[in-house]
Write a protein that binds this ligand. Structure first.
Ligand code: FAD
Length: 506
């Protein structure tokens, strides 16, 4: 039966990573198909304004996004110059000289209904256990520069890990543009200079471009980046400023020539007033310095970045500014903000693209008709807020647990107040070795444990039920597991060689 309230035209404002990551699944779902277009989808992008042009590291769920679109993996890796990512190596966080790895995956299979790492912590309390990273297959692979996708359904050292990608954000957007346009998404070039709003309910009805073209729509998706053209410019939803917890407000980014080996992980090195990223791609290495302008000048931040590259710089650093926080609502009336327009958390754990994917996924799940029922928007906002807050806590943890006191910036971070939810998380772990999962779509127990231990926060007590497992048998199990992981990883190909053989040749 024909629904006379169905959305007839969706207008996506912005063609950065968020715009095209939104257009692709919407095009797949309701663009032109065997039966013609079910809903018209128009994306507007402004060549004059351009895109933010950063955002190269992802989390493992990017694979599910790509799989839902039925992208060819080898083609995706070739076209976006992608490399594999097994996690993030942290250097000088916690204290100068510190290093640890946040790997994707478990620290081995669960035992007696408790995660492996909880048993490991109990044994560690008795002494004689090595670094927990020896039980994370992803970490052992990363440190030996090995890569092969996980294999088999039965849990073993050969598949107890996950992986994501590093890619060239511009090439990824272009790849998705081709995909979306092949499914009927229309692209309009131009700069929006005016927005029309319906009297009464304030719904957006049309946008006008600089050349006078007027584009009408029923649902507007604001992917206009930091400008937040509709969600803030028109809807004025307001912003929850989190700079007191995440004070970094600037970044400089520069690519450099690729060096060997091609490492299958991101590196994050803490600096005196922030941190520096290193993201290896096939054709270049991405670098950036995220910092707090209240503690270091732009000139000095640029010198720190340029002085810490491991290949020849490809140009001058590009300056970026931001304010950490989140919109009070991501969905208001018939406007849904996805991407930087909905909020910004610094890219320490590569979560922005994740938030884009989850934003699109939730929009599809809660897809409205032309009435844009308020309860759909409330549910969308509830889940986005929960996820933003959970990721915020995880990122603040990196700063709060520092023992560094070598700069004003680090002294501020160690002393700053933190959200109650994070305080709960830290105390729960410190007192009992447990991790609270406040949002199922954000970081899981192994991630929190990697950070706690990496930053030197150890539990004082353990889950008493762990004592039901015989300690000697457990010790032997961990020895066998460690040997199995080491042996399995030794048999894996080099990361760069794997890409050359299985991806480029495909
Ligand atoms: P943009 O790329 O800014 O796109 C905005 C679009 O809106 C553009 O097409 C622009 O032309 C259009 N537009 C704006 N105004 C108008 C107008 N008036 N008329 C018409 N069109 C208009 N994320 C990760 O997941 N991993 C990372 O490693 C990572 N690193 C980052 C590092 C830094 C320093 C920063 C700042 C961000 C990083 N991010 C990262 C975030 C990531 O870059 C963004 O989430 C992603 O690029 C999405 O951006 P966007 O599409 O929302 O905005």
């Amino acid at each position: 039966m024909h629904d006379d309230q169905a959305i007839r035209r969706i207008v996506i404002v912005g063609g950065g990573t968020a715009g095209w990551m939104t257009a692709a699944p919407l095009g797949q779902l309701m663009g032109s198909g065997d039966h013609g277009a079910r809903c018209e989808i128009v994306l507007i992008e402004s060549p004059e304004i351009g895109t933010v042009g950063v955002g190269e590291a992802t989390l493992p769920t990017i694979r599910f996004y790509n799989r839902t679109l039925q992208l060819d993996n080898a083609e995706f890796i070739r076209k976006t110059q992608a490399s594999f990512k097994l996690g993030i190596e942290f250097k000088d966080w916690g204290h100068l000289g510190n290093r640890f790895f946040h790997g994707f995956g478990e620290f081995g299979p669960a035992i007696a209904n408790r995660s492996s790492v909880m048993h490991w912590l109990r044994l560690h309390g008795h002494g004689g256990m090595d670094n927990p990273e020896a039980w994370s297959t992803a970490t052992v692979m990363a440190m030996r520069n090995r890569f092969v996708p996980p294999e088999g359904d039965v849990a073993s050292a050969a598949n107890a890990y996950s992986y994501a990608f590093h890619f060239d954000a511009g090439l990824y957007a272009a790849f998705l543009r081709e995909y979306a346009m092949a499914r009927g998404v229309k692209r309009e070039e131009g700069t929006i200079v005016d927005v029309s709003v319906r009297p009464g309910d304030g719904f957006v009805t049309a946008v006008t471009l600089a050349d006078g073209r007027r584009i009408e729509g029923d649902l507007f998706i604001d992917c206009s980046g930091f400008r937040a053209l509709l969600i803030e410019g028109v809807c004025k939803v307001g912003y929850r400023d989190w700079t007191h917890w995440l004070p970094c407000d600037s970044a400089q980014a520069v690519p450099c020539d690729r060096v060997s080996p091609l490492t299958p992980y991101t590196t994050s090195t803490a600096r005196s007033a922030g941190w520096q990223w290193r993201i290896p791609l096939q054709h270049r290495t991405g670098n950036g310095h995220v910092y707090c302008s209240g503690y270091i000048s732009d000139d000095e931040a640029g010198r720190v970045l340029m002085g810490n590259l491991d290949g020849a710089a490809q140009g001058e650093p590009r300056q970026l500014r931001f304010k950490t926080g989140v919109r009070k609502k991501s969905w208001d009336r018939n406007v849904v903000a996805i991407g930087l327009s909905s909020g910004f958390l610094e890219p320490l754990e590569s979560t922005s693209i994740q938030l884009i994917m989850d934003g699109v996924g939730r929009l599809i799940e809660l897809f409205p008709d032309r009435r844009c029922d308020r309860f759909l928007a409330d549910e969308y906002n509830r889940r986005m807020t929960q996820q933003y807050e959970s990721i915020r806590d995880f990122i603040v943890l990196h700063y709060k647990l520092t023992q560094r006191d070598d700069s004003e910036f680090w002294r501020y971070c160690a002393a700053m107040s933190i959200p109650d939810t994070l305080n709960h998380q830290i105390e729960l772990f410190r007192r009992s070795g447990r991790v609270a999962i406040l949002d199922p779509d954000s970081f899981a127990e192994p991630s929190w444990v990697s950070l706690f231990l990496g930053l030197g926060c150890w539990p004082e007590r353990h889950d008493p039920l762990l004592a039901q497992v015989d300690a000697q048998a457990l010790r032997e199990h961990f020895q066998r597991l460690r040997a199995a992981i080491s042996q399995t990883v030794d048999g894996m190909p080099d990361h760069g060689a794997f890409i050359d053989k299985h991806v480029k040749a495909a």
